[in-house]
Design a protein around this ligand. Structure first.
Ligand SMILES: [Zn+2]
Length: 269
């Protein structure tokens, strides 16, 4: 599933290419990707003739700003946004935006978990937690300190901190020397600081590498992100830890595969 670095990469790519373009029309063959599928006609009507004023990221959503409305695109498990793809293969294409200048943006999604939503204003959703890339230390300390929750699960809770998913959470905990099952209430303020720092450094590096492309994710021009080749712990079961040579292990935390080093990420209660 694309996470904050992948969405940020897509947003930066699109920002320099589709801002100030005018939408000619939109098309879909999959009504149910719209959060309110009865409203496809309404969305089509509003989008028609609208000018893209900005592209931004809210949590894991790509957000297109029109003059009054916003279109939120969540790529679900396997969605990809492709800008004017060279191929005419329309398999798995669920949604298209045609711009007046002949350029078009396609949503490709094998598994159909993508969601598109129209908002009649430009204010950020209340249900999204603090953005992982920009959350201040004091806000972060409040979020962590006020709860007694398994740290991996807490970091994945989009209502508390938005943007982190299953790949980067393991990379972050590895960098911060924290066992994934540690209770948030057991973290000292030094550890919370390490964690806050690790979130920023892992996400920034992943953005620099343009995300992780071991599965579906691609940039809108079809190229791959390079983070996977420099990952530290994710999907490295049985391999040596880069910090201390211990063997990386895999466990399940709330049904999700979780990779960690048993040496420098020891469980401490
Ligand atoms: Zn280690």
């Amino acid at each position: 599933m694309p996470e904050l670095p992948e969405i940020e990469t897509i947003v930066r790519f699109l920002k320099s290419r589709i801002v100030s373009k005018t939408i000619d029309r939109i098309w879909t063959n999959t009504d149910r990707i719209f959060s309110d599928h009865r409203n496809f006609k309404k969305i089509a009507l509003i989008a028609k003739g609208g000018c893209v004023q900005n592209v931004d990221r809210w949590g894991k959503n790509v957000v297109l700003f029109l003059s009054k409305h916003t279109i939120l695109i969540h790529l679900g498990m396997s969605g990809k946004l492709l800008l004017s793809p060279k191929s005419n293969d329309s398999s798995y294409i669920r949604f298209k935006i045609f711009f007046k200048d002949g350029c078009d943006l396609w949503l490709h999604d094998v598994r159909k978990f993508s969601k598109i939503r129209l908002k009649s204003n430009q204010s950020k959703d209340g249900e999204l937690g603090a953005d992982a890339l920009t959350v201040s230390y004091s806000d972060f300390e409040n979020i962590i300190g006020q709860r007694r929750k398994i740290i991996k699960i807490l970091l994945l809770d989009q209502g508390l901190i938005s943007g982190i998913g299953n790949i980067y959470v393991d990379e972050i905990l590895w960098a911060a020397n924290i066992h994934p099952l540690t209770l948030s209430s057991d973290l000292s303020s030094d550890k919370i600081q390490d964690l806050h720092r690790a979130i920023k450094s892992v996400l920034r590096l992943a953005i620099k590498k343009r995300g992780t492309s071991f599965k579906d994710y691609r940039l809108p021009d079809g190229t791959r992100g390079d983070y996977y080749s420099i990952r530290k712990v994710y999907q490295r079961t049985g391999e040596k830890c880069f910090k201390d040579g211990a063997i990386i292990q895999r466990i399940k935390v709330s049904q999700r595969s979780t990779y960690f080093c048993p040496e420098h990420q020891r469980y401490r209660s």
